[in-house]
Design a protein around this ligand. Sequence first.
Ligand SMILES: C[S@@+](CC[C@H](N)C(=O)[O-])C[C@H]1O[C@@H](n2cnc3c(N)ncnc32)[C@H](O)[C@@H]1O
Length: 204
Amino acid sequence: MAKAPLSSLYAQFSHRWHSDITRLGYPAAYDELMTSLPATASAPTVLDAGCGTGALAQAWLKTNQPHSALHLLDSSDEMLTQARSNLASVPNTTFHQDTLGCTSIPKNHCDLLLSAHVIEHLDTPQDGLSWFASRLRKGGQIALSISKPHWCTALVRWRWGHKAFTPLQVHTLLTATGFANIQTVPFSKGPPSRTSCGYIATRV
Ligand SMILES: C[S@@+](CC[C@H](N)C(=O)[O-])C[C@H]1O[C@@H](n2cnc3c(N)ncnc32)[C@H](O)[C@@H]1O
């Protein structure tokens, strides 16, 4: 059976994405990632790149830091529709239907960049990480959740086309794209502990 292109898959599953990832424990894992995040600039400008339905941005919002701007960017109109609904009451929030590499988010604009399970879709993941670095101010923080090798991830790859990266590969990619102080944040339980790992780093 021929597989649908990625955009069609996300369009098809957008209405149930949030409940599916919640049942699997991903928002709880994103909460764990946020507990490791150092204090950012007061009232930071935040970007969730490849936001999907907004779960990572929601985890950050639970830290209760006020933000001056929260940007959510995704290539899928259908996923963004869900994100708009999930974050409807959050002030100073802008939704961008666009791809990594776009210029709708200016260079050096963000204090904090969030991204969960997006670079796995890129032909050249370092291009995505370089774009993240370019959107951050020097000293800005990045918080990532990235798939790691595991047989569960192999199933995800078959369905969704995700690549997987070992922590060593992620550290190497982050160092090469302008990040330092790289911290690995393993997830403690459930599917996220098997399929994914969190990372926090500083843009140099
Ligand atoms: C695995 S989902 C993760 C969504 C969300 N971050 C989460 O953790 O639930 C990947 C998301 O990245 C988006 N995406 C894939 N490639 C993209 C690209 N090049 N630019 C922007 N968004 C992209 C997809 O539309 C999808 O919403």
